[in-house]
Structures are given as structure tokens and as C-alpha cells.
Design a protein around this ligand. Sequence first.
Ligand SMILES: Nc1ncnc2c1ncn2[C@@H]1O[C@H](COP(=O)(O)OP(=O)(O)OP(=O)(O)O)[C@@H](O)[C@H]1O
Ligand SMILES: [Mg+2]
Length: 449
Amino acid sequence: MQKADWANTFFSDNPPEFIREVDDSPKFRKFCPDDDQWMLGQLVDKTRPIDGDKLQVFWLRSNGRRKYVAKVFTDYTPEQAGQQLWRLRIPKSQSRIDSAVHEFDRFSREARAYSHIERFCPSQEQIYFPRFHGVLTDLERSRFSSGYVHQRAIVLEAVKPDLRSRRILAADIPLKSDFFQHILLSPFEHEWYCSLLCDRLRRLAALHQIGITHADVKDCHFRLPGDFYDTVLYDFSESYTFSSKWPFRVNAGKPRPLKIISEGERKCVELQIKTRAMARDLHSYFVESMPEHIVEDALWQPLDEEKGLLEFIILKVRTRPDYFSMPSMNSVFPFLESIRPETDLTWHIRRGRLLNCYESVWASFKAKDHSSSITFHGEPDFETLGPDPRYYLLCLVPQGWNMLSLTTADSDSNDVGLYEKLRQACLLFVSSRLPGNIVKQQDFFAKGE
Ligand SMILES: Nc1ncnc2c1ncn2[C@@H]1O[C@H](COP(=O)(O)OP(=O)(O)OP(=O)(O)O)[C@@H](O)[C@H]1O
Ligand SMILES: [Mg+2]
């Protein structure tokens, strides 16, 4: 009876199918590294002083590499749960205290959210969050190198403030153009903030879709400290994950419908991006690395002449994108920035402005033995994973080159020559081990001749 009540309240009388499979007290997947010789190293964020009474995030070193992080949690006792109930003026009973431990323990909240994402979020959307590698519940003193010791941790992908951790998200339908009304922005900045907003809302919507509310939607949970660009949405220690039991609280308030909460969380994201747009932080970021008049020129100058000079752009992407289509401006921009020519400081801004003059072709290749393994989206082996890690290539082809029809091997015979050029360009690029490359039209068409 209660199950139906809460599900109907939370999902506004339209509970999704998947909730039948929700397990109210799931066992969290254990962290199982390939090699047992792992250790917790230094704090990930050294600007925060270490505090034994608080949760802390450490690098988890395996084979000498910072491959994971461990978010280590302090214990949450029945006494603390009792105090929390008292603060909420909820009468105490043993069963309520047990439920409160389950509900308010930050470790359980975070583990529940990641387990739920792993189980119910469509695989292409799981890239919006850090990869979850399981939990540790019996951490021994010998694993720590800092004197800080607690037993429970959540092991996550080590997100780094660079291209290795950035995701490419597919371009979305543009927002209403009046969203940043009254904020004086160049058309490029306008487009960039709209795209940032769409990408963040997409990450959030993927959570709401499966009955999770984040409850701590802040700008700093979409990007790492000190990083200008986004990586993933993280920090689920305040989150609520749907379960059939009527909760005490959801998002620090009375239990209420998801519809209302998700609207509130979306509004938070909108406000955060509006605040950034008003501060023109993208402009300030550019001005850190080049003179302001050069930035202004790149943002405002007409680019009609440059449209005829567009190059072929190829980018290496480590994580599968959510969809194999044109990338969003916000997600592809750091990749463009990473390959801008030293002699042309604003190349990435101008190409960002002309992104709508490009078409995308996705390819993939195996990290080892890449010479024979380039496959294009649409070809049979494109997504079959062998034992090696697979990387993706995002090829941006100027629309004028009319190559989009060439991405399948059975293109008609006139096109096969051009299609082979694309494959050659990919092969050449892969063996160069660069993060990306820019190929002028004459060089692209000259290759192999
Ligand atoms: N997966 C990750 N990869 C790299 N760094 C991370 C990761 N998760 C967290 N961090 C680092 O640890 C810091 C704190 O992480 P997080 O926001 O999850 O916890 P918190 O804010 O300390 O805790 P809480 O809000 O749960 O009390 C982040 O600002 C970031 O520097
Ligand atoms: Mg946080």
C-alpha cells in the first residue's frame, strides 16, 4: 500500500516501469581492482585541509597510476540518526532510527545514486557522471598513507581537468534565443552559454529520468576546482534516489513530487549559467591568455571570407560520446582549444563560431594495433569492443566538401576515393599520437597521391 502511495506521489501518479525492479536495500557492488597492491595516496584537493571528522577524497594508486579516486566517508551512527530525527521533530523509534541511518548516511546516499545510475541509466548517458568502480566497506589502516582512517569509501574514475576526462555531448536543439536577454554578449558567447546550459540540463535530466535528485546542484559539481570547462556531474552525497519507502526528507525538504524538485534543480542551473554569462567569465578566461583586443576581434569580426578556407579537423576522444552526431559547442570547444596553432591564437574561437559550417563523422580505433582497426560509424565493427581499449575520432568536415555521404563503405564508386581519403587521414593521425590535427583542404586531398 505504502509502496504505491510514495511512488504515485513522487512520480505524480505516473510511475515509470523500471521502479518495479528497484531493490530497497541493494548490496553495493564491491571495488575489485585487477591487482591488490593499491594504496590511498594524497588528498585530491590539497586546498582543503585534512580533517579526520569529515569525508575526504584521495587518489587511489594502482600500478603507480592515479587511476581512481576514493571518496572516504566517516561513520554515521544510530545516535547521529536519532539527533537528526529530533531536529526534524520526528518521534524516535528503533525502526525509524534504522530508516534514518539508511536515509541520511552520506555514504549510502552516494552509493545508492551511483548504483542506480549503473543499473537504470541508459549506457550512452552514463558518461555524464564519473564512472563508478564499486564501494569499500572494510578499508584497513595500512591502505592509508596520511594518518586519516575510515572504513568506507566509494571508488570512482579519477576525473582530471583535461581532455582525458572530458565528454563530447551531442548538439541539442537551440534554446529560446531570448534566454540571455539583457546581457550584452557577442553571438559566440551567447551560443557558448546556451550550449553550456543545454549540456548541464541534459546531465541533470538523465538523473531525474531515473528518479534521482541531486540536491546539491552547484557550478562546482559540474567541473573540477580550478578547471574552466566541464567534465562530469558529481557529488551525490546529498542526493535522493527513489525507493518505495516513504522518505523523511527529499532535497532537504518535505517529500514531494519529482516534477517540482526537478523544476527547482533546473532553475538552479539556469541561474548559475546566467550569473556566469553576466560576469562574462568566458571572455575573462580568454583574456588571461591573450590581449583583449585580439579576443574582441575574434568574437566580433565577420568570418564570411574564412568560410571558404575551413580545414578538416580531427580530434581524439577517449570516452564514447552520448550520441554519434554533431558535438555541442560547449563540449567540443576545449578540444578545439587544445589544437589551436601557436601562430593563430584565436583559431579555436573562430572555428567555434563556424561550427555550423561543419559536418561530423565518427570513427573508432583500438589503442593497440590501430593500423588495421579504423572503423567508421555505421560500419559493422564500429562498437564491438575487443580486449583493447577503444578510442573515438571525431572528424569535422567542412560542409562544402560534401563528405557526409561517404561514411559507409558501400558509397557509390565516385565517392569511394574521397572516403578512402578520410580513412587515410584518420590512419595518419592515429599513428601521430597527437590529441588532434588540422588539415588544410589542399593537403587533405593531396594525401596518398
Ligand atoms: N571522481 C573524482 N575525480 C577527481 N577528483 C574528484 C572526484 N570526485 C571528487 N573529487 C575532488 O574532491 C573534491 C570534493 O568532492 P565532492 O564534491 O564529491 O565531495 P565534498 O564536497 O567534499 O563532499 P560532500 O559535498 O559530499 O560533503 C572535489 O572538489 C574534487 O576536487
Ligand atoms: Mg562537493
